[in-house]
Design a protein. Structure first.
Length: 128
């Protein structure tokens, strides 16, 4: 759960600061520019809810991670004078879709494996 959240936070901060500092956007315009990412997050979560029983959480987590990495790589090449549809909208939508797939799969895997494995690990690490 930590990695998708950290990825999303870093991407949002990077894009927001880049739009304000490089392109001279006001504080409101970057927020409005990221609305499509929010829509894709909701749509991707609904889609991954249907794909979860078919593909399983591991495949959905791996596929979502690959899509999110592709979006972040695309986002990393953001030029100083960028066009919104090509350099901002595209990478944020791709990253948002990948992270939305990762979030639902991570919650499913955590609820299935998480606490029992963590408790086992902690119990065995306490023994000298």
């Amino acid at each position: 759960m930590f990695c998708p959240g950290a990825t999303m936070t870093a991407a949002l901060v990077f894009i927001t600061l880049s739009l304000q500092q490089c392109l001279g956007y006001s504080a409101l315009r970057p927020g409005l520019a990221l609305v499509p990412m929010t829509i894709v997050l909701v749509a991707g979560t609904l889609l991954s809810r249907r794909l979860l029983p078919v593909l399983g959480p591991r495949a959905l987590l791996a596929g979502g991670g690959l899509v999110a990495v592709a979006g972040l790589v695309w986002m990393s090449g953001l030029p100083a004078h960028s066009a919104y549809p090509l350099h901002v909208l595209g990478p944020t939508v791709v990253t948002g879709f990948g992270v939305s797939c990762m979030l639902l799969a991570a919650v499913k895997m955590d609820s299935h494996f998480g606490w029992m494995q963590i408790a086992w690990f902690c119990a065995h690490m306490a023994v000298p």
